[in-house]
Design a protein around this ligand. Structure first.
Ligand code: OSB
Ligand code: MG
Length: 368
């Protein structure tokens, strides 16, 4: 494929309800949308970097500069035969994994459309639907209980609760009193430290499927210390950026479950390698989310068709987040199963261009 041109948009969608995690509240979602064009086909990718560096270090302004000044000029007009060639082109640059993932996602969509293959088939995925749960942001406990009841009624396969210092054990007591049997997990987004061992130990009482990212981003060692002290499995999210991180974490006993986000790890090739390393250790994985719009969601669903994605992912119905999506096909789960979109080629969804134009903040075109 020779990349004829690229288009980089910044899109803004309001969230139906604000989403609060231990260290930030999102009221709307601003993201880059990349289109790569070749031989009359288009591939789409969505970026997951936030405007500010609150989940990980990358930011939207930094990503736009990296893509505009360095990566897109290098790619447009170039012949790129397959994803491995693209990964090799991006490899020399440090960091910027979310930007690299954005380019990889668009290229995989483009490449599989040119091959007339569903993206999941090219990845090696097996399923035509993937099990999903919901991720519930921090709200007053009464409101959280209502939202759990709604998610259960909709058939979601697990409930993930965001927790934070001071918003943890009381929440879990209230939830377990009303929902003794629901499959439950918590996500701390790095809110705790070794000083909180008593709180983390107390979480063993609530039959959680796992505790996600209790400690700091760069702290695989201390996660191993905590995992030795608690019965509940630790799941790592922010700490796992590379397949090597994953090997070290699993070998050290720092986690027993891995959350894979294609943006965090720099694209499909790294995501697949992390999937494979985890499988070799006997550790299940699941597909995380970053409140993506339809393009990012479609990519997540294709990724989650790989065989070791045995725990429910975070790709719940888009209508839980947005009044209207930028794609034409609704991505809605039924009975906790999200169907893999499309029956033809690539990611299997198409842009709702008239609506997309109304929510686009800026557009840049790149030509050779
Ligand atoms: O840790 O998974 C996370 C959203 C923003 C920042 C971090 C996280 C999340 C989510 C979103 O949990 C889950 C979803 O996309 O539905
Ligand atoms: Mg997480």
């Amino acid at each position: 494929l020779t990349i004829d041109s690229a288009e980089l948009r910044v899109v803004n969608l309001p969230l139906i309800t604000p989403f609060t995690v231990s260290n930030q509240t999102l009221t709307d979602k601003t993201f880059p949308l990349l289109t790569l064009r070749a031989d009359g086909v288009e591939g789409y990718g969505e970026g997951v970097m936030d405007p500010y560096p609150d989940y990980l270090e990358e930011t939207l302004p930094g990503a736009l500069a990296f893509l505009r000044d360095l990566i897109l000029p290098q790619i447009v007009g170039k012949r790129i035969g397959n994803p491995a060639e693209l990964t090799a082109l991006l490899a020399p640059w440090r960091g910027h994994k979310m930007s690299k993932a954005l380019v990889e996602l668009a290229f995989w969509d483009l490449w599989t459309k040119a091959l007339n293959l569903p993206l999941c088939a090219a990845l090696g995925g097996l399923r035509d639907a993937v099990p999903v749960g919901v991720s519930l942001g921090i709200t007053p406990i009464e409101r959280t209980l209502e939202r759990i009841a709604e998610a259960e009624a909709a058939g979601y396969k697990r409930i993930k609760l965001k927790v934070a210092q001071g918003h943890d054990l009381k929440l879990l007591e209230a939830v377990r009193r009303e929902f003794p049997a629901v499959k439950l997990t918590v996500d701390a987004n790095t809110a705790y430290g070794l000083a909180d061992l008593a709180t983390l130990r107390a979480m063993d009482r609530f039959d959680l499927d796992y505790i996600e990212q209790p400690l700091a981003v760069d702290d695989i060692h201390d996660h191993a210390l905590v995992q030795r002290e608690i019965a509940t499995a630790i799941c790592l999210d922010e700490s796992i950026r590379t397949p090597v991180d994953c090997r070290k974490a699993l070998a050290a006993g720092a986690a027993r479950v891995i959350n894979i986000k294609v943006g965090r790890v720099g694209g499909y090739s790294a995501a697949k390698a992390i999937h494979d390393v985890s499988e070799a250790f006997g550790a299940p994985v699941w597909c995380g989310g970053m409140l993506e719009s339809g393009i990012g969601r479609a990519h997540n669903i294709h990724l989650a068709t790989l065989p070791n994605f045995t725990k429910p992912g975070d790709t719940s119905s888009a209508s839980r987040y947005f009044h209207r999506d930028i794609i034409a096909e609704p991505l809605e789960a039924t009975g906790g199963l999200m169907p893999v979109p499309g029956n033809g080629a690539g990611i299997g969804v198409t842009l709702d261009r008239p609506f997309l134009n109304t929510v686009t903040r800026s557009t840049e075109e790149f030509r050779p």
